[in-house]
Design a protein around this ligand. Structure first.
Ligand code: SAH
Length: 464
């Protein structure tokens, strides 16, 4: 099927929809949104149409279609239940040079309606030439995920400054260069992260200067890479990963996630094994500053969420002191990822009304925790970095009053193909590493909710 793509200016034009079912209603809605002067003819009025009538202005007549209805129509959509009637309508419309579409019969009319991605005022239309609406929908879903939802704002901003740009750069080539520079960097980034006013302000300054100093200043992206499974990255994380010039990552970030970083970006491994930091924290902080000062887009990629036991706060403190622009992208934290993939809800109406995220990191061989606060009924404990202090954890909780048969789980490499979940009780917890080869990273969950795993485990079942 050969087609000629176009976007039709429908404002004030007559449109006729024949049929009143849910599909017809969807067509009516789009025609109304485009400003069409819509008449709907149908014998049966669906609930969808009744609902639409509350939102949009259009004429609805409960009667059969007559040939004379086609007069003075710009667009006709044949969406009745009667396939033969639809084709008949299409044939007459075509003979009269009226645009006509027949639902579910792309060949019968003379235009097809594409699948759409809307980022107002941007519209992206997809057609498979009538071959497969399912494929068009799949493609649409893919593009939806690739194109940030704030893209429309970019178009709005450009429209607002279009005249200024024409005056400032009468030469088309120079104007294009200006826009390319403006859009490829900071401004789109500000818009995509929702900072509309700042983006506008920045664009204004760019207009008022021939050389924008800030263009040569780098930026740091502090990005949470989630617990390990690449599919659990956020759209924003992935976008920033693709535009970084250099990436600093540590051991917790899985290789399959590092693989998704822009192939040309320089990769710097900054280690962070327990008490064996290959780069001390201050040096990491300083490196971020130095690289950004060289004008680079620096990606600081962290496991889980940067603000949960991630030292994200310390890293950006030095950035603010040095006036380096940065943005932070949250990630799925290990407690959340591991609990979900182990089938252990962190809260549950019957078992836990609260959940504490705590660190079991050992300092000088002990854990500095408020044990009393941890031993509360109906509360789940999610323990990060706790596998080396299982004996202390178990002993202290029991001595502060937690039942020794409280269920506990160790989730190793949660959310990944290598995930392993070991369940036991608080008393037996310290023996677990003797029985099983427990490797980092591992998360400990303590509380009645662990019992739910028996029923709710799902991931291991689908893994193979
Ligand atoms: N910022 C990270 C946590 C860093 S602390 C986050 O928000 O998840 C490191 C600890 O996180 C590890 O010792 C381990 O307890 C836990 N952890 C991180 N990823 C994990 C995973 N995939 N499975 C199990 N535990 C994990």
């Amino acid at each position: 099927m050969k087609t000629y793509p176009l976007f039709f200016l429908l404002e004030g034009q007559n449109c006729l929809v024949i049929g009143g079912g849910p599909v017809a209603a969807r067509k009516v809605e789009r025609l109304c949104q485009a400003g069409g002067n819509v008449l709907v003819l149908t014998k049966d009025i669906s609930q969808e149409l009744i609902d639409l009538k509350k939102k949009y202005e259009f004429k609805l007549e409960q009667r059969a279609y007559k040939q004379t209805d086609l007069q003075a129509q710009s667009i006709v959509i044949a969406a009745s239940d009667d396939k033969i009637l639809n084709v008949e309508i299409a044939n007459i419309a075509k003979a009269n040079n009226i645009l006509v579409n027949v639902v579910n019969q792309p060949n019968a009319g003379n235009f097809i309606v594409p699948s759409m991605i809307e980022r107002q005022p941007i519209s992206i239309a997809i057609s498979t030439g009538g071959a497969s609406p399912v494929l068009a929908r799949l493609l649409r879903a893919r593009l939806e995920t690739l194109i940030p939802s704030h893209y429309g704002k970019l178009a709005e901003l450009m429209a607002k400054f279009r005249e200024n740009a024409k005056q400032k750069f009468p030469d088309l080539h120079k104007r294009r260069q200006f826009w390319e520079k403006a859009l490829s960097g900071k401004i789109s980034e500000l818009l995509f992260s929702g900072q509309v006013q700042l983006a506008e302000h920045y664009l204004e300054t760019m207009f008022n200067r021939t050389y924008a100093e800030e263009d040569h200043k780098g930026e740091v992206y502090l990005v949470g890479g989630g617990p390990g499974e690449p599919d659990l990255l956020t759209f924003r994380a992935l976008r920033l990963m693709q535009q970084a010039d250099v990436v600093l990552f540590d051991r917790l970030v899985s290789p399959s996630i590092v693989d998704l970083v822009n192939q040309d970006a320089e990769r710097i491994y900054v280690g962070k094994q327990r008490s064996n930091h290959s780069l001390p924290q201050q040096e990491i902080n300083q490196l971020l500053v130095d690289l950004a000062k060289q004008g680079k887009h620096v990606l600081r990629l962290k496991g889980g969420d940067p603000f949960i036991f991630g030292r994200g706060g310390e890293e950006i403190e030095l950035l603010t002191e040095n006036h380096i622009p940065f943005q932070i992208v949250p990630g799925i934290t290990a407690a959340s990822g591991c609990s979900t993939y182990a089938g252990i809800p962190l809260t549950h109406r019957d078992y836990a009304q609260s959940c504490l995220f705590i660190t079991g990191h050992l300092k000088d061989g002990s854990m500095n925790l408020n044990w009393q606060a941890l031993v509360q009924p109906q509360q789940t404990l999610a323990v990060y970095m706790g596998t080396h202090g299982l004996d202390i954890l178990s002993r202290e909780l029991i001595s502060h009053g937690m039942a020794s048969d409280t269920p506990a789980a160790i989730i190793q490499q949660g959310t990944t193909e290598q995930q392993n979940v070991y369940t036991s009780t608080l008393a037996i917890l310290p023996d677990m590493p003797k029985q099983f080869d427990i490797k980092p990273p591992s998360m400990i969950i303590i509380g009645e909710v662990v019992k739910l795993r028996e029923k709710l485990a799902w991931f291991e079942l689908t893994k193979n």
